[in-house]
Design a protein around this ligand. Structure first.
Ligand code: NI
Length: 177
């Protein structure tokens, strides 16, 4: 397992549409998911899509365990939303690819989804609360959509500017001789 660098806005790779995993879930996919979880825990975060570490595959990891609870890693391969409630709920979201920026996004309160897990088994289940928010946020990443894309243009541009400036302050360009 390895912690991999997380891409941040405005990296154009984050805008790519991720491709489905074709065929069975293999050890290579499981190694990717292991790396993703290690990267997510190190950040720390509660969800990560493969594209955020530069792999354009429809793969997501998540852990919604609270502090003090044992880890509860979840793995999603080729997730699909089968149904979404008309009822929506707002939630203050953040994203490891848009660090330090938080804003409210309104999404369906409940969804039904289908995916394959770490072992390649097909699962269908309903999600609500934080689980529903997080899986919809991560599935947006698979379409190249970030949570700031749900905000006004003004808020989105301001968020990207802040992230760029923070990245510049963190690693200034090397001095040229
Ligand atoms: Ni995100």
């Amino acid at each position: 397992m390895a912690v991999r660098p997380i891409l941040t806005v405005p990296d154009p790779i984050l805008k790519q549409v991720s491709k489905p995993v074709e065929g069975p879930v293999t050890d290579a996919h499981r190694a990717l998911m292991d790396d993703m979880l290690e990267t997510m825990y190190a950040a720390p975060g509660i969800g990560l899509a493969a594209i955020q570490i530069g792999e354009p595959l429809r793969v997501i990891v998540m852990d919604l365990a609270r502090e003090g609870e044992p880890p509860a890693p979840r793995h999603f391969v080729n997730p699909e939303i089968l149904w979404a409630s008309e009822e929506t709920q707002p939630y203050e979201e953040g994203c490891l690819s848009v660090p330090e920026i938080y804003d409210e996004v309104e999404r369906p309160a409940r969804i039904k989804l289908r995916y394959r897990n770490y072992n390649g088994e097909e699962i269908e289940e309903e999600a609500e609360g934080l689980y529903a928010v997080c899986i919809q946020h991560e599935m947006d990443h698979l379409e190249g959509v970030l949570f700031i894309d749900h905000l006004s243009r003004l808020k989105r541009e301001s968020a990207v500017r802040k992230v760029k400036k923070a990245a510049r302050d963190r690693d200034p360009a090397p001095a040229r001789a």
